[in-house]
Design a binder for this molecule. Structure first.
Ligand code: SF4
Ligand code: SF4
Ligand code: FES
Length: 227
């Protein structure tokens, strides 16, 4: 059995885009990341992609697999091999592509910095209830893979923060240890929280079950958020 891949290629120097068809012999337990590594090692060393942990933790290996954002290190190739069809691998959509399958998330990171999306500590150490800790855990599980952002149709609107940033805002808004409190909701409203289409595409794309669309709806329904 073999995995047939159609790989997006982009050469930044010339600006040339193309697709490269390759076949990789199937090995038990093979993921798309191991298949890409095999291509690089045995077929074409010029292929570029990102990966680090190989365990669904670092978020660097997200790519489009047949148009759907997935972590290459978590997605098993077997069902695709059995289908016998060629699988198209492309970089994440809605990001600048640096080379081949490597997309750049700098714009989103820059926006995270502008919005100061980290805990601004209060002077007093505030204990946190186990129930709330469990609620926050879900939004805190984000690994910054950008899959949700890539799949969200609304991020084409420049001011719209997008599912990833709204999930982070939710996590801070709900956390009593964050000194900015309800100002976080102001951040969400100023970045067009209500422009979310509630299409749930980000929920479907997220590999860590953060469920950004659900968190966005919770933010919208919070008493301070209803206008
Ligand atoms: S639910 Fe909202 S944030 Fe999520 S993909 Fe749809 S428009 Fe984007
Ligand atoms: S919310 Fe989910 S899909 Fe979006 S960046 Fe975080 S882990 Fe990835
Ligand atoms: S390589 Fe780290 S999440 Fe895939």
């Amino acid at each position: 059995m073999e995995l047939k891949l159609k790989l997006y290629r982009y050469e930044p120097q010339s600006g040339q885009e193309s697709y490269q068809s390759v076949s990789v012999p199937y090995e038990e337990g093979m993921t798309f990341l191991s298949a890409l590594q095999k291509v690089k090692e045995e077929i074409d060393p010029t292929l570029s992609f990102r990966a680090f942990c190989r365990a669904g933790i670092c978020g660097t290996c997200a790519v489009l697999i047949d148009g759907f954002p997935k972590l290459a290190c978590r997605e098993q190739v077997l069902p695709y091999v059995l289908s016998g069809k060629e699988v198209v691998i492309e970089p994440l959509d809605k990001f600048k592509v640096i080379k081949d399958l490597v997309a750049e998330g700098d714009e989103v990171i820059k926006r995270m910095k502008e919005l100061k999306l980290w805990v601004k500590e209060r002077e007093k150490n505030i204990p946190i209830e186990p129930k709330l800790a469990r609620e926050l855990e879900k939004s805190a599980d984000c690994i910054l893979c950008f899959a949700c952002h890539s799949y969200c149709p609304q991020v084409l609107e420049k001011e719209y923060a997008g599912p990833l940033l709204f999930a982070k805002i939710y996590r801070l808004f709900k956390d009593p240890r964050d000194a900015m409190g309800s100002e976080r909701l102001g951040e969400a409203l100023a970045t067009n929280l209500y422009h979310c289409l509630s299409c749930n595409k980000c929920n479907n794309a997220c590999p860590k079950e953060v469920e950004p669309a659900t968190l966005i709806r919770e933010l919208m329904l919070s008493p301070e958020g209803v206008s």
